[in-house]
Ligand binder design. Structure first.
Ligand SMILES: Cc1cc2nc3c(=O)[nH]c(=O)nc-3n(C[C@H](O)[C@H](O)[C@H](O)COP(=O)(O)O)c2cc1C
Length: 522
């Protein structure tokens, strides 16, 4: 059981840290002539077009993000329009931009480098408008491609050791990561990006499912080899990352597991040549779950996860000054629908450093995002692996300084007061964005604790959770007509900045929030 040999996750994490010197000494350059194709294409399979004019849900973005998932007791079966809505608003093309070498197709969820290494597949029983099968989703032509005909949901239920949502789901979306598409730019750090970029996409997927009245959850406990085989993946290139069962049928009429022989389906090469980064393959292999028994044990083992910081336990009073969060009252909340907000979202490229946001706006973002994700690795509901640390530059009602978010009290604890724009500039890889934002939210996790309990798979879970919470923050910011962007960071310098409070934790994710700089008319 490799998953328990947690040195593997430490080796990967420590080996992919950014530092001032690692960035300067890295000879890597972008080989534009060898840039990977942005889409996975099966040239010999006919498309099954998805409907494009799908009715809007009418549900506001803030409630879609933060309301608990609809009850899974009543039957809720997606139809083809629901499926099209969920796929499009998770991974569809929302904007195009020309650049000297061609076009960039921007998608519904933020993704490092706009490289979109996350692919989506659908494993479904018969749905209104769609026959049972295993399909690949291609955002380029908004179509599905049938890889296997027939109902393979029994295979997935078995691979997840009969996870309850999987056993009742009429349909499941599987997210995979394609190494080279992102490693072309980010090299071995791509394995972290798998979690981040899959996470932002999941934030959209969960919100749009909820807005469509369909329960959905993230399932990370599954026998990897079974799922990879079902999708016919070449696992040196592409691997399954998580499963999202959508909808619920009360009676379980799951078909038995079926044989899924290799298909050897032809796909178009991503690049003329690909570079393999062994440390990522090693990290992934070390986090595989190999049998149903191992999956069941992995899930059952999940403990009541105590908050990783001693000072964040509900019992201990905050050491520093505390400010309670208060989100915007219902009546004052913006009413834009989840679809409108996803279409509007785009990472802020320059923040207005003379602007500020209000405490209520920040409260609303954090409160919506950190309410607890529906996920098989987060039991009981409300458990969270990542802790939030903030550098506040310009939030009305808050002193500038460094803060820790105490989830249980929904309050910010002041760690140190001061103007830290210069420090934020450095921590965020010397970019202007974190210095000019109103607030930077750092995600830090007690990896030692997490890996002890979840094994190497806990590393995947931590990165994925950070991406999903970060993705919700993006949406909550854009719902309020603010701006946001994910950022990368100098790992150890982030920890030093937030120490001693953050001692022993690891830097996982960073998101800057503020007001976009309005361009002057030319
Ligand atoms: C986790 C994450 C990290 C990112 N890091 C940076 C960064 O360090 N610098 C930057 O300018 N943009 C960063 N971005 C923004 C991406 O470049 C952006 O999401 C991508 O170009 C797609 O554009 P869009 O978000 O506007 O749709 C990051 C995005 C994510 C999700």
């Amino acid at each position: 059981m490799n998953n328990r040999e947690i040195q593997a996750a430490w080796t990967y994490h420590d080996g992919t840290k950014h530092s001032y010197w690692s960035i300067r000494n890295n000879p890597h350059f972008l080989d534009w002539a060898n840039r990977p194709q942005p889409f996975k294409i099966y040239p010999k399979i006919e498309p099954v077009p998805l409907p494009r004019d799908v009715p809007q849900t009418g549900v506001t973005a803030l409630s879609a993000i933060s309301e608990p998932a609809p009850s899974s007791r009543a039957d809720s079966v997606p139809d083809l329009q629901d499926l099209a809505r969920i796929l499009y608003f998770s991974a569809g093309i929302t904007k195009e931009r020309e650049y000297s070498g061609g076009k960039i197709y921007f998608r519904a969820a933020a993704c490092t480098g706009a490289l979109y290494e996350i692919e989506l597949y659908v494993v479904t029983g018969d749905l209104p408008g769609l026959d049972a099968g295993v399909y690949h989703f291609n955002p380029a032509d908004v179509s599905l491609r049938l890889l296997r005909k027939g109902d393979f949901r029994g295979n997935l239920a078995q691979a997840t050791a009969m996870e309850p949502a999987m056993a009742h789901a009429p349909t499941t979306i599987i997210c995979t990561g394609t190494y080279w598409r992102n490693a072309w730019k980010y090299q071995a750090r791509t394995y972290r990006h798998f979690g981040w970029d899959n996470g932002t996409l999941l934030a959209n997927m969960l919100a749009v499912s909820a807005a469509s009245g369909l329960p959905a959850e993230i399932v990370l406990g599954f026998v990897d080899a079974e799922v990879n085989r079902l999708l016919d993946l070449d696992t040196r290139r592409e691997v399954s990352l998580c499963l999202v069962p959508i909808g619920c049928k009360s009676e379980t009429s799951l078909p038995a597991r079926r044989e899924a022989p290799a298909l050897g389906l032809e796909t178009i090469s991503l690049s003329e040549h690909e570079v393999e980064y062994p440390s990522m393959l090693e990290m992934h292999d070390a986090s595989l779950l190999e049998s149903e028994e191992e999956v069941a044990q992995w899930r059952a083992k999940q403990p009541v996860f105590p908050s990783s910081s001693p000072s964040s336990s509900p019992a201990s009073p905050p050491a520093g000054e505390a400010v309670r969060f208060e989100r915007l009252p219902e009546a004052l909340q913006p009413k834009d629908t989840i679809e409108q907000v996803i279409l509007r979202r785009g990472s802020t490229r320059a923040f207005d450093k003379s602007a500020s946001i209000t405490l209520q706006q920040l409260s609303t973002i954090v409160d919506c995002a950190a309410r607890g994700l529906p996920a098989d690795f987060l039991e009981p509901p409300g458990v969270q692996l990542n802790d939030l640390y903030l550098i506040v530059h310009a939030v009305e009602g808050l002193k500038p300084g460094a803060y820790f978010f105490r989830r249980e009290q929904n309050a910010l604890e002041l760690l140190k007061a001061g103007e830290f724009r210069a420090e934020a500039h450095h921590l965020g890889l010397e970019q202007e964005l974190p210095a000019d934002a109103c607030v930077d939210v750092f995600f830090l996790a007690d990896l030692k604790h997490i890996l002890e309990r979840y094994g190497n798979r806990g590393y995947r879970a931590t990165q994925l959770e950070a991406g999903a919470i970060g993705g919700r923050m993006y949406l909550a910011a854009y719902a309020q007509r603010l701006g946001a962007t994910g950022l990368t960071f100098f790992d150890d310098d982030v920890m030093s900045f937030f120490s001693p409070h953050a001692k022993g934790k690891s830097a996982i994710f960073l998101l800057a929030i503020g007001k976009p700089l309005k361009r002057r008319p030319e």
